[in-house]
Design a protein around this ligand. Structure first.
Ligand SMILES: [Fe+2]
Length: 329
């Protein structure tokens, strides 16, 4: 069934699509000494509790803290972004910008508004204001279309940005001083059990091609939790850490199996394990963000660096870094 959402790829040279850049910024080589390409990829989960626990000025609710180990993992990630990777752009794939038909790319130059988590509005009402790398966003959509994916460029500035996009981007870069490209999650895998993650492989390839063609230095963010069964009742104090632990040992053991494989590498071992982990734990990686990320990286023969793991309302969450060896700083 999912095949109806993928078009036959046109033969190169016969497409009528024009690919003129919108501005001179469309091809912008990285400064001397900073090679373009994908310099790092992160598994960067988005539960609203992480931002709630941080008390940033953009979020209306206040907390006493909580989920520190995961938040400290993000603090390490921020230092690597700032001191080592220094990207031109952050590209995020998030499971709660749900598009039922095709893969959408946010091409709005300056998204602004309030993002609200519909299940936890008492934890997350976040005022966002950021800038899109529009030429790169358009290039990703064009490359994806050329590879046969149904694709759309979001142009409506009134569309509210989802909390999974905002959550990952804030935790990675709370200063919001790096341009962004935001990709939707084509949600048909949730409806067609036989659907595979194959389209995410194609979207990853399209993302890599667009980065190379535009000369960007990019960091990729897969905004996914791991095991995804969670509590149905919230403590009186949401950040009461006495109540925070894995949903059950089965979920925890499968998360550890996935993370041990990540730590050992190479990433090719994850091609089979990710679907098994989804089947065993209802993992949020079913939305495809992690597969998109690893495909864009080219399934490199490297291990990932697990910066931290913790549970949030019982779900498993890990912050993981992959740094391709073929890109120097
Ligand atoms: Fe989520």
């Amino acid at each position: 069934m999912s095949k109806v959402f993928r078009l036959p790829a046109p033969t190169r040279g016969t497409t009528t699509r024009t690919r003129q850049p919108d501005s001179a910024d469309a091809v912008r080589p990285a400064p001397a000494g900073r090679r373009p390409g994908i310099v790092a990829g992160y598994l960067s989960p988005h539960p609203p509790h992480l931002i709630y626990g941080e008390n940033p000025p953009q979020n209306e609710p206040r907390s006493q803290g909580g989920w520190e180990v995961l938040r400290w993992a993000y603090h390490r990630l921020r230092r690597r972004i700032r001191d080592v990777h220094r990207p031109d752009v952050l590209i995020v794939h998030a499971p709660h910008w749900i598009t039922m038909v095709g893969h959408h790319v946010n091409c709005v130059p300056n998204p602004r508004g309030v993002s609200v988590e519909p299940i936890f509005p008492h934890l997350f009402r976040y005022h966002y204001d950021f800038h899109t790398d529009v030429p790169l966003a358009e290039a990703i959509a064009d490359e994806a279309a050329e590879l046969g994916l149904v694709t759309s460029k979001l142009r409506d500035p009134g569309v509210r940005v989802d909390y999974a996009t905002i959550g990952a981007l804030h935790m990675v870069n709370p200063d919001w001083d790096i341009p962004v490209v935001s990709l939707s999650a084509n949600n048909n895998p949730y409806f067609y059990s036989e659907a595979s993650l194959g389209q995410m492989e194609v979207l990853g390839e399209a993302t890599r091609r667009a980065i190379e063609n535009t000369g960007r230095r990019a960091v990729l963010l897969a905004s996914n939790s791991l095991s995804h069964l969670h509590w149905h009742e919230e403590p009186q104090l949401p950040e009461d850490m006495e109540r925070e632990h894995p949903y059950n040992n089965h979920q925890y053991r499968w998360d550890m199996k996935l993370l041990e494989t990540i730590r050992q590498g190479p990433t090719s071992r994850l091609r089979e394990l990710i679907p098994e982990h989804i089947e065993a734990t209802a993992s949020e990686t079913k939305a495809g963000s992690l597969t998109w990320l690893l495909s864009a990286l080219g399934w490199p023969d490297i291990a990932g660096d697990v910066l931290g793991y913790g549970t949030i309302i019982g779900t498993g969450n890990a912050v993981v870094e992959w740094t391709p060896e073929n890109v120097d700083d």
